[in-house]
Write a new protein. Structure first.
Length: 132
């Protein structure tokens, strides 16, 4: 496994919830990211959220990343699963199997999001097949 490090900016905007899922405790958001560092590019996706009590919530998201990594360019999808249990966070961000395209075909791995002082950074543990 290899590691990529860097920072990113993220914009999250509310989207409408329609139909039977309409509920004040549920939310739907768009995600837009700019990655810098070893992974350079953009991410776009959607997030669904559920709020429970103060300090407890959950979200799932799917994000498509279009980027350059280790000198190779392509896209891949990330699956996010986050839970906040009475203030204790648990987050997993995983590369969707077989989602890589072009130079990033065959990518696998997990991305750890770090938030310190209001700034976002990442530690991406990944594997790429050797170039043909």
């Amino acid at each position: 496994m290899q590691h990529a490090h860097g920072d990113f900016e993220v914009k999250v905007k509310p989207l409408a919830l329609d139909g039977p899922a309409e509920d004040a405790t549920l939310g739907r958001m768009s995600i837009e990211k700019e990655f810098h560092g070893d992974l350079a590019g953009t991410g776009k996706g959607q997030m669904l959220t559920a709020g429970a009590a103060e300090g407890s919530a959950a979200y799932v998201a799917i994000e498509t990343v279009s980027a350059t990594l280790a000198g190779r360019t392509g896209t891949f999808a990330l699956y996010h699963r986050g839970v906040m249990n009475r203030g204790e966070p648990e987050l997993a961000v995983i590369v969707v199997p077989d989602s890589g395209t072009e130079g990033l075909a065959g990518i696998s791995g997990t991305l750890r999001i770090i938030i310190e002082g209001g700034k976002h950074s990442y530690d991406f543990e990944y594997s790429l097949p050797e170039k043909p």
